[in-house]
Write a protein that binds this ligand. Structure first.
Ligand SMILES: C=C1C[C@]23C[C@@]1(O)CC[C@H]2[C@@]12CC[C@H](O)[C@@](C)(C(=O)O1)[C@H]2[C@@H]3C(=O)O
Ligand SMILES: O=C(O)CCC(=O)C(=O)O
Ligand SMILES: [Fe+2]
Length: 330
């Protein structure tokens, strides 16, 4: 097992010291050029960790690196220039504050929807649009493989929610500047590295992330151990989000994750959040459940879940509010 040393992101091997997760062999890697293997390995990864990396994904690398260049150019602008796109409300530019409920991080970001780009730079907005469309298609392909791997019909049972013209897509460009000053190194929950983005689960169905070569992303394993995700700028990292946990009646796990900053290097990440139409009703899929199996969650619309989410702090376990055992009468 690998965890982070106190000062830096240097991994230290504690496999013999902690008797936890000694069978964690690293982030699952799914090769999309072999769909028959991919669907089974994906289901396993979603059940065990709610997280995996995809390779041979088909998203053109030129598009990814051009968008990264434009993103860097945006964040390299002067603060007054960037502040023209502030406040996010909820879409736009923001620095240090995350959400509206008191969360902060060593981060600045741009948040927008697929057809609502906040800056007036034409190259930047058309690259972002093309990128979001390519990653949305990748998301549909991944969700179809998941349905296939779970042996449920139709294959589009999950992906139709991302391909719907009313799908609630959010796109986020994050910049984590280097954080050299120990006084600014806010720490949380036993994490001794400065926090870029505090721990949370993503509320949507799936999130698809790509970052530059700087490390920082960590995921929480089911036993509570945090493990670093080695960066890979040519691949995508896929998170199971809260809604996918609900529709699979808890078979897939929504992954808790966070980002720590680096002392010297800046980190850029681009994340597509695939949400369904706001009025989509979310509940466990009957076709997936065993005979006699009870639904773990109350039914809700994505609008209800999203509204609740945006009223809560980042680290809150939001799904428990909709869990029948925690709230039998809701
Ligand atoms: C503190 C918050 C930021 C967030 C909305 C929330 O109230 C709780 C969930 C957060 C999150 C996490 C995943 C995505 O980055 C995000 C855009 C989302 O949909 O939920 C953010 C929200 C945000 O940054 O506004
Ligand atoms: O920057 C990252 O890699 C992850 C950020 C994140 O979790 C988010 O934006 O929801
Ligand atoms: Fe996230």
């Amino acid at each position: 097992m690998v965890i982070l040393s106190q000062d830096q992101n240097k991994p230290i091997n504690l496999a013999n010291k902690l008797n936890k997760n000694t069978n964690f062999t690293g982030i699952p890697v799914i090769d999309l050029s072999c769909p028959d293997d991919a669907k089974n390995l994906m289901v396993k990864a979603c059940q065990e960790y709610g997280f995996f990396k995809v390779i041979n994904h088909g998203v053109p690398l030129w598009l990814v690196s051009e968008l990264e260049k434009e993103t860097m150019a945006f964040f390299n602008m002067s603060q007054p220039e960037k502040d023209k796109y502030y406040p996010p409300n909820p879409l736009g530019y923001c620095s240090k504050t995350i959400g509206l409920n008191g969360d902060t991080g060593w981060i600045e970001y741009l948040l927008f929807t697929s057809n609502n780009f906040p800056t007036n730079n034409k190259t930047f907005s058309s690259l972002a649009k093309e990128y979001v469309e390519a990653v949305r298609k990748l998301g549909c392909e991944i969700l179809e493989l998941m349905a296939d791997g779970l042996k449920i019909e139709p294959k589009s049972v999950f992906s139709r929610m991302l391909s719907d013209e009313k799908a609630d897509t959010i796109f986020r460009l994050n910049h984590y500047p280097p954080c050299p000053n120990p006084n600014q190194r806010a720490t949380t929950n036993g994490c001794r590295n400065p926090i870029g983005f505090g721990e949370h689960t993503d509320p949507q169905l799936i999130s698809i992330a790509r970052s530059n070569t700087t490390s920082g992303l960590q995921i929480c394993l089911p036993d509570g151990t945090w493990v670093p995700v080695p960066p890979d700028h040519t691949s995508f990292f896929v998170n199971v989000d809260d809604l996918l946990q609900v529709v699979t009646n808890g078979r897939f796990k929504s992954v808790r994750h966070r980002v720590v900053t680096d002392r010297l290097k800046s980190r850029i990440s681009m994340i597509y959040f695939g949400g369904p139409p706001l009025m989509e009703k979310i509940s466990p899929l009957r076709s997936l459940m065993d005979p006699g199996e009870e639904s773990l969650y109350h039914e809700f619309t994505w609008f209800e879940y999203k509204s609740y989410t945006y009223r809560t702090r980042l680290a809150v376990d939001r799904l428990s509010f909709f869990h029948k055992r925690s709230h039998p009468l809701v």
